[in-house]
Write a protein that binds this ligand. Sequence first.
Ligand code: ASP
Length: 613
Amino acid sequence: MCGEPRASDAGKKAVLMGWVNRRRDHGNLLFVDLRDRSGVSQVVINAERNAAIHEKGEALRNEYVIAVTGTVKLRDANTVNPNMPTGEVELVADELRILNESKLPPFLPSDTALTNEETRLKFRYIDLRRDVMQFNIELRHKVAKAIRDYLSAQGFFEIETPFMTRSTPEGARDYLVPSRVQPGTFYALPQSPQLFKQILMISGFDKYFQIVRCFRDEDLRADRQPEFTQIDLEMSYPQPERVWEVVEGFLTAAFRAAGSEIKAPFPRMDYDEAIRLYGIDKPDLRLPAFTDVRECFARENLQQLAVNANLPVVAIRIPKVGELSRAERDSIKPLFVSKGGAKLFEDFKRIEKNFPEVAAKIATKSGTDAGDLVVIVAGSAQTSSAPTEAQSLIPPHRKVTPQELAIYASAGLLRLALAQKYAERHGIFKKTGDPEKDFRFLWVTNFPMFEWNEGEKQWNAAHHPFTSPHEEDMPKLETGVESMNDPQSALNSVRALAYDVVLNGTELGSGSIRIHRQDVQRRIFRALGMTEEEARSRFGFFLEALEYGTPPHGGIALGLDRIVMILAGAESLREVIPFPKTARAVDLMVDAPTPVGEKQLRELGIIIRKSRE
Ligand code: ASP
């Protein structure tokens, strides 16, 4: 047999190959923990049984690669190790071969105290030998396979699309690849296969998916990587609900592969409602929503508090925080970032003292229990109706005005900051083992089509420019385009057939029903400030393709790395990507990027400027 021996193998001959995880020398007895992909097994080398291999065994060091032939034996009861799957048995060695030696690595795969991340990434091959990394990479494989199997069974074809292509607008900078054959020209690595998957619908492959690498040159955060993997899909003739059903299906399969039974369909919420209830377009449903407590106050109360009575007054409740000292209450203030006109009342005690009836109503309306923390966010009386910078922060929406949005968004950020700060006390983020509580999925729908870019004074696509507006908002597109340099234009209230799937406050993926008519696509490009000429030069091929009988279509893309990260309970994407890059987009193991030689540059017709301009 090969692989981990178990009690049922007792008496059998076995061959084990792997690394020396640890070696313990007890004189005539040598114990070697041998590690392979399936785990760790104990090998015993007994000098009395075989002096020659005992001598060889003495030369063994950590991370040597060995092959051992021997007999599986049940351990004595007092030496059974219940913490190891192979803990009931050991392999008594008859033969030992050293297949390769190893230098002493900078850290050992068996070390429990982790060395710094730079060293881990530089010696990634050692790091990947660690249990948890082996677990994470196996989990990634199982999740990807479950998704592939599910989608294939649903009739989707996995179809590859090019990496060397031209720019696709997903809102980041492109990574460019210079062409040697045509000096001065560049391919762009795809930010997503968006246009290709749409073209595949035009080509008659009515159900496409791809687990595919995407490349975006943007400022990195813990949950971003310059190259990352999407589960990308597209279908012909779907209603949004059909796309959601497919996603729910493959996520159920993926979570099952990781041992969690989740429930579908996921709840759905309008973008507008998400803003009103959570102040963010990716609500974490594990925490209580806001309560609108404006009506708990009489107008005079609001006046006394210098609060604008026409704007929302929002109570944020964080459960089970317990009594806070004065200093602790004061420490809440710096967490509050006002997005313009929003003010904070962090001392609910003072409201209780000065307005006892109001406080009682708020407590009832928000379902506050003893020990819950309640803070109030409202609009300041002075900044009543002037438009605020918040317009550029989150897209304004037809129902939530920019002034309201400023209050909701400020409250939304504070809600999350407070929930983080008191995470130990309320324990809501701790896994319970019940997937229904641990994984709170949500569809957020009906996003605004456009968002106003204050810096560039123009409208941007909130999702991407191939997203279809709502049929009934099409006329607004016409009037909106006429005043498209105005943040108040009718474009403000055009809704998109776009949707996001959210898990525990993290956006897992975004998608939309697409524009399938060339005239509508042109109008959208125009609304985005693109001249006819620009549109033709960037997307001419696509506009042309749209003219050849394009079926209605739609799709979505989800981040595979993020899903695996959540399932692995990992802190960063780097824990679930075999060869990730640092926050400075560097691969420390292979040392990339690097300068290239003069000859190569010359061939590509590239001259490097000495200093960046
Ligand atoms: N291409 C989009 C993205 O990468 C997803 C989609 O609309 O399907 O976000």
